[in-house]
Design a protein around this ligand. Structure first.
Ligand SMILES: Cc1cc2nc3c(=O)[nH]c(=O)nc-3n(C[C@H](O)[C@H](O)[C@H](O)COP(=O)(O)OP(=O)(O)OC[C@H]3O[C@@H](n4cnc5c(N)ncnc54)[C@H](O)[C@@H]3O)c2cc1C
Length: 246
């Protein structure tokens, strides 16, 4: 597939192109689907892996390229395989995940992904996410066994609460309903802000680490609270909007 002007820009930024072959798929819930892929072009061997690692996948949208980011789940460089997990909604990428069959291929570009672990290990991780960032959240939990996590996850459907979350002993999670708030994302922002700013807040801005990946406006609002109200330093906070409310 031709990747249009985005592909030209990514190549100029040293993006590396690969082709993935689709294997088996499974419904994890009615709103979440896992697709196994093989990296015939050696993506894992060429690029290595890190927690929260993501690739830009190129979907066909009626003949036009449609690029979206997806996280690598359980990458196995020796076997050249990993899974992709799709939160389902009405979108080109989500529809592809529901209809793709074994043997299909999809183009992938690696550019922009990275991970800087905080040293020394933080006292606690504060994690804000939703089904789209669940694969990245799980990779963070797997990668930091000694660091307890306080998680807030937004769910769009009841079944999201049954998604496979890789909690360790001592982790605490709060699920917040997406729908029903006056403003999209409002309930998540209110719940997390309250937990961070209330008199009993268990937050140490000098020793904790904050990782935020939910809808873009909610993520921005919470990152602003961290920086402006709590005075969290830039290097103790990673905030990236994973999708935009339409
Ligand atoms: C670094 C990074 C890693 C990501 N990893 C994953 C991943 O592993 N798994 C995953 O599922 N997503 C992941 N995402 C999010 C994914 O890229 C977006 O959800 C993307 O917009 C989906 O594309 P689409 O073509 O299906 O829908 P789009 O064409 O982008 O949007 C169509 C409609 O669906 C709505 N929409 C889009 N995404 C969502 C959503 N997640 N929930 C509810 N409504 C939505 C939009 O508001 C719009 O109305 C990641 C994003 C980033 C930035």
């Amino acid at each position: 597939m031709r990747h249009g002007w985005e592909g030209v820009v990514l190549r100029a930024m040293r993006g590396r192109d690969f082709v993935l072959t689709v294997g088996e798929s499974e419904d994890v819930t009615d709103r979440y689907r896992r697709v196994r892929v093989t990296d015939d072009g050696g993506l894992l061997a060429a690029c290595g892996t890190h927690p929260t690692m993501w690739v830009r996948l190129w979907f066909d949208d009626g003949g036009s390229p449609h690029q979206r980011a997806y996280t690598l789940v359980d990458p196995d460089p020796a076997a050249g395989t990993f899974d992709l997990e799709f939160a389902l909604h009405d979108g080109v990428a989500a529809r592809w995940a529901q209809s793709v069959r074994p043997g299909a291929t999809i183009d992938a570009t690696v550019q922009g992904t990275g991970f800087d672990p905080v040293r020394p290990a933080p006292r606690r991780m504060h994690v804000v996410g939703d089904p789209a960032s669940l694969p990245a959240v799980n990779s963070l939990l797997d990668a930091s066994p000694g660091t307890p996590a306080r998680l807030w996850l937004e769910h769009g459907a009841d079944s999201d609460r049954t998604l496979p979350l890789r909690l360790r002993a001592g982790d605490e999670v709060t699920w917040v309903a997406r729908h029903g708030a006056a403003v999209p994302g409002g309930a998540l922002v209110a719940a997390v802000t309250q937990a961070w700013t209330c008199p009993a807040a268990d937050v140490d801005v000098a020793a904790d680490w904050f990782w935020l990946a939910a809808e873009a406006a909610s993520t921005r609002a919470l990152a602003r609270t961290l920086r402006k109200e709590l005075g969290v330093a830039k290097d103790r906070c990673s905030a990236l909007g994973y999708w935009r409310a339409g």
